[in-house]
Write a protein that binds this ligand. Structure first.
Ligand code: GLY
Length: 415
């Protein structure tokens, strides 16, 4: 029998030391302030990366993904993240202006739910429509997320060796159809959510199949990851591993490693497959080994010389969020708490060392790197980095409020 005293002496995995609670609360309050200052000036566009003067570069949500000749343009895959920041700001402040803004912005973003050309609809809608539904209970948000999930599920390519989600391009274009990127792992939460919400397990089957095929096609023997691969559709064998945003095809693009960690944590949470827990921990351990005690990794772990000074705080933010989730769901109490501690350390480090508190810098995290090879958003804030930072803050400071989460686990014996 559990007495009241027993219950009080138990500690949940969500407990937060007071100094961290204060740091995260203050940071979220400052986030809400910055977002409210910027929102009225955005018009119909959305923040993307900061310019050298610290102001946001903007892009309309309507910019969809597509080929421009031989070059692939990702379009605006950032727009949902801003909606997520508005919802998190509402949670922190209780100010309903944020809900009004979020709904207006969601109307602008919703058109992208029919963009069948890109896996990024996962990023776009898991950061906007899913928190929108979770926080407001308004079915309008859920219906938008389900529309996007249908498009993402339709990108599944089945081979004799398994099935994968093709990451970009029209599905009848062989250039995209044969290709997949490690980033897709972080787009799977949309499919898992759709399965849970609708009761239609085919969304989960698609996500699970992709996670299993990615384990074979992307993870190198040392637990590092390829950024992208091409498969032979007739056999399912990988024909090529390559990169767009990394240093070279065999290098360790740090954010790619973050997407793998993030995707396997979520895949374990949603399927409880031990293989995914193992992959989440192996890819995280590889990341930590290469991080070698630093807070923020270089944009590519194999960068050398002055290039290695270019950091990517978005990677730290995504890994922190993933490790907090891992700390929530890991079946071993001791291991769970140690992953959680690593996640909290990273998050606190970002708040203390990389948060752009100055009015002239409109982003939240300094020193992200969207793409070094393309020279876009280098030493900038990036909208995705800011979003994963805030997602991690919400996970730590208000668990279960921003996104649906697994039930809190009671850790017996910790007081
Ligand atoms: N497309 C996701 C990334 O740039 O990391």
């Amino acid at each position: 029998m559990t007495t009241q005293t027993d219950a009080r002496s138990q500690k949940t995995r969500h407990d937060l030391p007071a100094p961290l609670r204060e740091l995260f609360d203050l940071t979220l309050a400052r986030v809400a302030q910055k977002v409210a200052e910027d929102e009225p000036g955005l018009g119909v566009e959305f923040p993307y990366v900061t310019r050298t003067d610290g102001s946001w570069d903007l892009m309309p949500a309507s910019l969809s993904a597509g080929y421009q000749g031989e070059a692939w343009s990702h379009g605006n895959w950032f727009c949902g993240f801003w909606v997520g920041l508005l919802f998190a700001s509402y949670l922190r402040t209780g100010d309903e202006h944020y809900l009004v803004w979020a709904r207006e912005r969601m109307r602008l973003v919703a058109q992208r739910a029919d963009d069948g050309n890109t896996h990024d609809i996962g990023f776009i809608f898991e950061s906007s429509a899913i928190p929108g539904f979770h926080i407001t209970g308004d079915d309008w948000y859920a219906q938008i997320a389900l529309r996007a999930a249908d498009r993402l599920r339709a990108r599944l390519v089945t081979t004799p060796a398994g099935a994968y989600i093709a990451s970009w391009g029209p599905m009848d274009d062989p250039r995209g159809r044969r290709s997949s990127a490690i980033d897709t792992m972080a787009n799977l939460p949309l499919l898992y959510w759709a399965a849970n919400h609708s009761g239609d397990g085919s969304y989960r089957l698609a996500a699970d199949a992709h996670a299993a095929m990615t384990a074979k096609g992307f993870i190198r023997p040392n637990d590092s990851t390829y950024h992208a691969v091409e498969y032979d559709e007739a056999t399912g064998k990988r024909t090529r591993g390559f990169t767009f945003q990394g240093l070279h095809d065999e290098s360790d693009w740090s954010r790619g490693q973050a997407w793998a960690i993030y995707g396997y944590v979520v895949s374990y949470r949603e399927t409880r497959r031990a293989a995914y827990l193992d992959l989440a921990e192996r890819t995280a351990n590889y990341y930590l080994a290469r991080l070698n005690g630093r807070l923020v990794p270089p944009w590519d772990f194999d960068a050398t010389g002055p290039d290695a000074d270019i950091k990517d705080t978005a990677t730290t933010a995504a890994v922190a969020s993933a490790l907090l989730e891992l700390g929530d769901i890991h079946p071993d109490e001791t291991v769970a708490l140690s992953w959680r501690e690593r996640g909290l350390e990273m998050l606190a480090g970002l708040c203390r060392e990389e948060f752009a508190d100055e009015a002239s810098h409109r982003g939240l995290l300094r020193n992200s790197c969207y793409s070094r090879p393309h020279r876009i958003g280098v030493a900038s804030a990036t909208m995705f980095g800011d979003y994963f930072f805030v997602e991690a803050l919400c996970r730590a400071a208000m668990p279960g409020k921003f996104l649906p989460s697994s039930a809190p686990v009671i850790v017996a014996g910790h007081s």
